[in-house]
Design a protein around this ligand. Structure first.
Ligand SMILES: [Zn+2]
Length: 215
């Protein structure tokens, strides 16, 4: 599997067989190069402009949103209900966490998760191989909060997202990934990360932190 970061919460996840799943395509407000790529499936964690720009994509992808199980292009997506804030959605609404499996690798994208998970919620995500987690604060988990959530989920690989980079305008109001990365051994594989079942870190090794480049 190949995982490419397009910026913010948008990843292109391509299976060995060439199926392309795109997560949370953003609009121009976050100032990354527009995600004008072909997709077979697009998942949308919630309907905010920096996550739901489905029309930017090419190839007329199937759109997966909301909680529950849905199959698209032969891939089963599990949407898990959650919130965009710490007050059960009263401030910023609902959010859907998505888990799915390709090439025997379980991927989990937390969208704009804004709160800690209960034990049951964390268990519902299953045995996560690759976790995409928001760390930029203000609208989502911040670095400290994200460390706790990642510690509960215990993925093999963790990829921070939704944080301030050189591209994002300061007025957007999110922070860099520094707090999340402090004290961690950070790997920087570049724009694209190659993941295979065989090469995953072993259980108990602790998550391998991968910071991708957005271009
Ligand atoms: Zn957002």
């Amino acid at each position: 599997m190949k995982i490419t970061w397009l910026g913010h919460s948008c990843f292109k996840i391509e299976s060995d067989g060439g199926k392309v799943v795109v997560t949370d395509p953003f609009d121009e407000s976050v100032n990354y190069p527009p995600p004008r790529i072909r997709a077979d499936v697009v998942v949308v964690s919630h309907d905010h402009h920096d996550h739901n720009n489905v029309k930017a994509l090419k190839g007329d992808p199937a759109v997966v949103r909301g909680p529950g199980k849905k199959t698209a292009e032969g891939i089963e997506f599990e949407g898990i209900a959650s919130y965009h804030d710490e007050r059960e959605g009263k401030l910023r609404g609902k959010n859907t966490i998505f888990c799915f499996e390709m090439d025997e690798i379980r991927v989990c994208h937390l969208g704009d998760l804004g709160h800690q998970l209960g034990e049951k919620e964390a268990a519902a995500l299953g045995d996560v191989d690759v976790l995409m987690i928001p760390v930029g604060g203000t609208f989502t988990l911040d670095g400290e909060g994200a460390k706790k959530v990642a510690g509960q989920i215990k993925p093999r690989i963790v990829i921070p997202m939704h944080f301030k980079t050189a591209a994002v305008p300061p007025s957007f109001g999110i922070y860099p990934a520094d707090d999340f990365l402090s004290g961690e051994k950070v790997n920087r594989p570049g724009h694209t990360l190659f993941v295979s079942k065989e090469a995953l870190p072993k259980e108990g090794e602790g998550p391998r932190v991968m910071v991708l480049d957005y271009k």
